[in-house]
Write a protein that binds this ligand. Structure first.
Ligand code: HEC
Ligand SMILES: [Cu+2]
Length: 218
C-alpha cells in the first residue's frame, strides 16, 4: 500500500476497500505501528474539536462531520496537498501520520476553520499513552490553557506577567516537573496552584500539550 498517508473520504474509502482488503490485511499484519490508534476530531458549529490533537507516529486521525447540514473539508494546504473533497454530515475523512511534526490544516471552503495535528516521534520521552483523556476533557483543558493560563502567560503563550510557555522555553523541563508546577504553583509568586480543579492526569496532559507546541496561533 503506497499511499497510506493519503486522506480518503468515506465514499472513496468504501469503493477502494474492496480493492484493498487484501493489501490492508497485509498492512495490518506487517505494520510497525502495532499500537496505532484512530483518534477522532469532531466538526461541530464550524469548529474542529479539539483544535489541536496530539498523536503518535502511525496513528490515524478521523475527522467526523457532526453538523446538521454543513459540509467541510480537511486540507493540509501547507503540505502542498491538493484541496480534498468535501464531506457531509455523518461522513468522515481520515489521514494517517507517518512523520513526527506539527501539521496545520484548514477547511477548504471555510479558511477561518483551522486545526493542528501534532505527531510525536516513537520513543519520545513525552508519552502520549499515559496522557490519554476523553476528547471532551482535552477540549476543556485546551480552552483553560488559552483563557486562564493565557491571561498571565499571554494569549499566544509567548509570555506576559508569567514567562513564555512555548516549547522552546519549556525544553529544560520534564513533563513531570511542569505538572508539579501546574499543580502546586510557585509559592510567593503570582503562579497559582491548580490542584483544586486539575488532577495529575490533567496537569500532565497540559504539560505535554505545551511541550509539544499547543498550536496556539501566534
Ligand atoms: C495569575 C497569573 C498566572 C496564571 C493564571 C498562570 N500562571 Fe503560570 N506563572 C505565573 C508566573 C508569574 C510565573 C513565574 C513564577 C516564578 O517567578 O517562578 C509562572 C510560572 C509558570 C510555569 C513555570 C515556567 C518557568 O519557566 O519557570 C509554568 C509551567 C506555568 N506557569 C504554567 C501555567 C499554566 C499551565 C497555567 C494555567 C493552568 C498558568 N501557568 C496560569 C503566573 C500565572
Ligand atoms: Cu468548513
Amino acid at each position: 500500500m503506497s499511499d497510506i498517508s493519503t486522506g480518503l473520504s468515506r465514499l472513496q474509502f468504501i469503493k477502494e476497500c474492496v480493492n484493498r482488503s487484501l493489501s490492508v490485511l497485509v498492512f495490518l499484519t506487517l505494520t510497525p505501528f502495532a499500537n496505532a490508534e484512530i483518534l477522532e476530531v469532531s466538526i461541530k458549529k464550524m469548529l474542529f474539536v479539539p483544535e489541536t490533537i496530539t498523536v503518535n507516529v502511525g496513528d490515524v486521525v478521523r475527522w467526523v462531520n457532526h453538523e446538521r447540514r454543513q459540509y467541510h473539508s480537511v486540507w493540509f494546504e501547507t503540505l502542498g496537498d491538493p484541496e480534498p473533497d468535501y464531506f457531509f454530515p455523518g461522513e468522515f475523512f481520515e489521514k494517517r501520520f507517518l512523520q513526527a511534526g506539527s501539521y496545520a490544516y484548514r477547511c477548504g471552503p471555510h479558511p477561518e476553520m483551522i486545526g493542528t495535528v501534532v505527531v510525536l516521534a516513537q520513543g519520545n520521552d513525552i508519552s502520549i499513552e499515559k496522557n490519554r483523556l476523553p476528547q471532551d476533557r482535552q477540549a476543556e483543558l485546551e480552552y483553560l490553557v488559552r483563557q486562564d493560563c493565557g491571561s498571565c502567560h499571554g494569549m499566544t503563550l509567548k509570555g506576559g506577567l508569567g514567562p513564555s510557555l512555548l516549547p522552546e522555553s519549556l525544553k529544560v523541563f520534564s513533563v513531570d516537573d511542569l505538572s508539579a508546577v501546574i499543580l502546586e504553583g510557585r509559592p510567593g509568586t503570582p503562579m497559582p496552584p491548580w490542584k483544586g480543579i486539575l488532577n495529575t492526569e490533567d496537569a500532565s496532559w497540559i504539560a505535554t500539550y505545551l511541550k509539544a507546541g499547543s498550536g496556539v496561533q501566534p
